[in-house]
Design a protein around this ligand. Structure first.
Ligand code: HEC
Length: 241
């Protein structure tokens, strides 16, 4: 029962403008996503590794670990076991008692001659726990507080957007079964999207599900915009109607 083309022209105009403005808003949102995340992993282009870095973080590479594990400072740890001791201290949470007991003596013996307030590397001293912590911050990705802020406004506003789009789309001539799938898809994908943004903090593999849900939202938004526009302005009333 395609009824969209039978609507009065002024109503078709306002519906069409709404669809177009929402679609433009979506494209701007995509641009925003791209600009926010594409350089997260250090290389241009949006990829799973950007999302992984943004949501899960980069947990095994603190600045200190990168420097001593294959980096330019590894040469200063000639004694076997020293490097591993520092790395496992970082992995275990970089607590102060372990620092005093195990890490400080290694740094004192090998690093502090340059990394002290008067040394060659005076801008990155490694003489106190606080100074060492400054190069040992573990990157755990976006904080949960940011997730909550983004999630609540997005779920509420995008939910309403899909009420409008779905409301118009439900009057198209698409078969009911297909229609229902396309109507449900963005709501399900929205839940999966924000669910995976949260879960990716615990397991980075969820970024693939996040990408899939983003694609599903884009697909349904495209269908819900283009099919009604086509039927209103280009579609011909079918004989059976
Ligand atoms: C001979 C002097 C010298 C010694 C010894 C030395 N470093 Fe360095 N360190 C430097 C210089 C110079 C830089 C800056 C250039 C670079 O990053 O390669 C640096 C940079 C660093 C940085 C990065 C600092 C920052 O904030 O960017 C870390 C971390 C570091 N060193 C750790 C260590 C550790 C751990 C040791 C001991 C195992 C050590 N260094 C021994 C000279 C030294």
């Amino acid at each position: 029962m395609p009824k969209l083309q039978l609507l009065p022209v002024p109503l078709k105009v306002v519906i069409s403008l709404t669809l177009v403005i929402l679609a433009i808003g979506y494209l701007v949102a995509l641009a925003n996503l791209y600009l926010t995340y594409n350089l997260t992993d250090g290389t241009p282009g949006l990829s799973p590794s950007d999302l992984r870095r943004a949501f899960y973080g980069n947990r095994d590479n603190t600045k200190l670990a990168a420097k001593i594990n294959g980096g330019s400072m590894q040469q200063f740890l000639p004694k076997s076991g020293d490097k591993e001791r520092i790395l496992s201290w970082i992995q275990d949470g970089a607590a102060e008692p372990d620092y005093q007991a195990a890490v400080r003596p290694i740094l004192q013996a090998n690093c502090v001659r340059c990394h002290n307030p008067n040394g060659l590397q005076r801008f990155a001293p490694l003489t106190t726990y606080e100074q060492v912590m400054a190069v040992t911050q573990i990157d755990r990705g976006e904080p949960v507080s940011l997730w909550a802020r983004v999630a609540h406004t997005h779920l509420q506003s995008i939910g309403l957007i899909f009420l409008v789009l779905g409301g118009v789309f439900s009057f198209t001539g698409i078969r009911d079964r297909v229609k229902i799938v396309i109507l449900v898809l963005p709501f399900a994908a929205l839940l999966v999207d924000f669910g995976t943004r949260f879960l990716a903090k615990y397991s980075p593999g969820f970024v693939y599900l996040m990408l899939a849900s983003g694609a599903a939202i884009g697909f349904s938004l495209g269908a819900m915009t283009l099919v009604p526009l086509y039927e209103m302005w280009l579609g011909r009333p079918r004989k059976a109607d």
